[in-house]
Design a protein around this ligand. Structure first.
Ligand code: HEM
Length: 221
């Protein structure tokens, strides 16, 4: 006996949830572009084997001149991001629980995890780690910006600042690599920062408390 299977076209309705305004996205991508340029120009000045990277900036002297100014733009741009997002990155008890169940996070078994607000503990650590390192980079960078601040401190303090600047830069680069990897690894996240929205499924799966608050917001209006 043949069984007939009825084939109907499936209508999949996708709910979109707004995650970032256009201005937040522009703010983020200006910061990201500055970070990439700073990494390239910084590495070019860091070690002779990477000096070839100065070609990207029009030679050694230009690289030396541009690098600190790009840093100033990055700090200004990140400061605006900081003001926008610091409250949402405050640590709470669910973050500690989420961290203690990091095995479930890696396995993608999110049903055992606490419901999360807009950001998870990993994102919060990236946020605070980047914020702290940028303060260190700015302070140590100003000390070694000879064009404007030459002779303000002793040579030993200058050397210490150069070492601190390099170590903080390595830390920041590693953190941002984790940030980019996590954004790509959690499918559907990059479009939050490119298109400004995520699917309802993404929000339900990864940031349920945030989704509930968004739904409540629309109900209240
Ligand atoms: C260069 C490539 C980068 C990519 C592909 C990228 C991607 C993303 C994505 C997809 C999000 C949204 C995450 C979500 O809503 O759950 C995000 C958020 C964010 N990104 Fe980036 N990003 C990059 C660089 C940077 C840099 C260099 C910084 C800072 C120096 C930065 C700081 C932030 C901040 C502060 C947020 C908001 C999340 C939070 O406050 O915890 N990003 N990024």
């Amino acid at each position: 006996m043949a069984i007939e299977i009825e084939r109907r076209p499936m209508i999949v309705e996708r709910t979109e949830v707004k995650r970032y305004s256009a201005s937040a996205r522009v703010n983020h991508w200006i910061t990201a572009i500055c970070f990439v340029l700073l990494t390239l120009s910084g590495l070019a000045l860091f070690h002779p084997s990477l000096f070839f990277l100065t070609d990207l900036f029009g030679g050694g002297a230009n690289t030396r001149a541009f690098h600190p100014w790009i840093g100033v733009v990055l700090v200004a741009s990140f400061s605006v991001l900081f003001v926008r997002f610091w409250k949402l990155n405050l640590w709470n008890r669910d973050d500690t629980r989420w961290m203690s169940q990091i095995g479930d996070v890696v396995k993608g078994e999110e049903e055992h995890l606490p419901e999360l607000g807009k950001y998870n503990a990993g994102q919060k650590m990236v946020f605070w780690g980047t914020s702290l390192l940028l303060v260190v980079l700015l302070a140590s960078g100003l000390v070694i910006w000879d064009q404007y601040f030459h002779g303000l401190v002793s040579i030993n303090v200058n050397r210490l600042a150069a070492l601190t600047h390099s170590l903080a830069a390595i830390g920041a680069i590693l953190i941002i690599i984790v940030h980019i990897y996590a954004g790509i690894w959690v499918k559907g996240t990059v479009r939050a920062m490119t298109q400004g929205q995520v699917t309802g499924g993404w929000a339900w799966r990864h940031h349920r408390k945030w989704l509930r608050s968004k739904v409540k917001e629309t109900d209240d209006h």
